[in-house]
Design a protein around this ligand. Structure first.
Ligand SMILES: [Zn+2]
Ligand SMILES: [Zn+2]
Length: 338
């Protein structure tokens, strides 16, 4: 009586693979997700590059650099969709087979029998094909790896190329500058939100700490950038690039120019003050000491005062370290191209 159903079950048993296609978005990117449990970073890779540049053995997470074979990067949404589709398709095929059995059974009933029996199959799933997984929304930040040229897209930040694992110093630095600007620009909104939720004191403390952390981020970001760019010239000793005079000396030896050649005298003195302010925040809670006054030549403070970091300071820092980093990149490029 259930011939068709049994046949279909046998067929399903043999064909255990249901393949559910994945659609790419309108720009040709498809969704991927880091399989590391503590990361699960969502990103996109260009479909063509996924086929042509990416390797089966290893794909890297752009955020945490977790490494795994290429078949482990489906997003949770894609897996959920595939499971649901596979189930729908199997249900559809079973129900189709049962319907065929039912029709056959009902047809085989004797016409003029006193008792008549008929079967009915309930359930509306008649689908025997799968629907491809839709692509998630476009991601704003599109990046092309400077080493292997594969294209990927992320929300927020990315530090590594998913196709070759390359850590782009330039990319990371431009990311940290964007992050600093975004953080600084969101301070008024944060202030208002905290003010409404828990009062002016909390809002003031949080916003001050946010703006001071921008100074820290800018100095550390620039330090990492210099360390990365300096790598081909040899090792730099620890925290060299946190100290402007030392860093400048290193570059002068490596590429023939230093910070004083790239910045005006005024710009250089502002940068020294900003770096020294950051040093105070890290080492003495921002309280001015004799060393600060001597090193920064900042006459606006007396010993024992606490420094103030303003939005303008942050803008200034970002523009000065950007200017330096552009000059460093140009100088390095010139040396590599010779
Ligand atoms: Zn990750
Ligand atoms: Zn790459």
């Amino acid at each position: 009586m259930f011939d068709e159903l049994l046949k279909e079950l046998k067929r399903l048993e043999r064909a255990t693979k249901v393949s559910v296609p994945i659609r790419s978005d309108e720009k040709g990117y498809m969704d991927r997700q880091c399989p590391a449990e503590n990361c699960e970073f969502l990103f996109k890779v260009h479909e063509e590059d996924w086929t042509n540049i990416f390797k089966d053995e290893a794909v890297w997470c752009p955020f945490c650099r977790h490494e795994a074979p290429s078949d482990q990067w489906f997003t949770k949404a894609q897996i959920k969709h595939a499971e649901a589709e596979a189930l729908a398709m199997i249900e559809g095929r079973i129900s189709k087979a049962m319907l065929a059995d039912t029709k056959k059974f009902n047809r085989q009933q004797p016409r003029n029998s006193f008792i008549s029996m008929s079967m009915d199959v309930t359930g509306s799933t008649k689908r025997t094909h799968v629907i491809p997984a839709r692509a998630a929304e476009l991601m704003q930040l599109e990046i092309a790896c400077e080493k292997c040229s594969s294209r990927f897209a992320v929300i927020g930040s990315a530090y590594f190329c998913p196709a070759c694992g390359h850590n782009s110093v330039l990319q990371t630095f431009s990311d940290s500058l964007r992050k600093i600007k975004a953080k600084k620009d969101s301070i008024p909104i944060v202030r208002q939100a905290i003010c409404e939720a828990s009062g002016k004191d909390d809002a003031e403390i949080t916003c001050r700490s946010m703006i001071e952390s921008c100074l820290q981020d800018g100095v550390v970001g620039f330090q990492r950038y210099c360390e990365g760019m300096y790598e081909p010239f040899g090792n730099s000793s620890l925290n060299t690039f946190q100290r402007l005079d030392q860093g400048s000396e290193y570059w002068r030896n490596a590429v023939g120019s230093g910070y004083e050649d790239w910045l005006s005298i005024d710009e250089m003195s502002s940068l020294v003050i900003l770096f020294q302010k950051r040093h105070l925040l890290s080492h003495s809670e921002g309280i001015v000491d004799a060393r600060y006054i001597q090193k920064s030549k900042d006459r606006t403070y007396k010993e024992g005062q606490r420094i103030v970091v303003t939005g303008n300071d942050i803008d200034h820092l970002v523009s000065l370290v950007s200017k330096l980093s552009n000059n460093i990149r140009d100088a390095c490029d010139k040396i590599y191209s010779v």
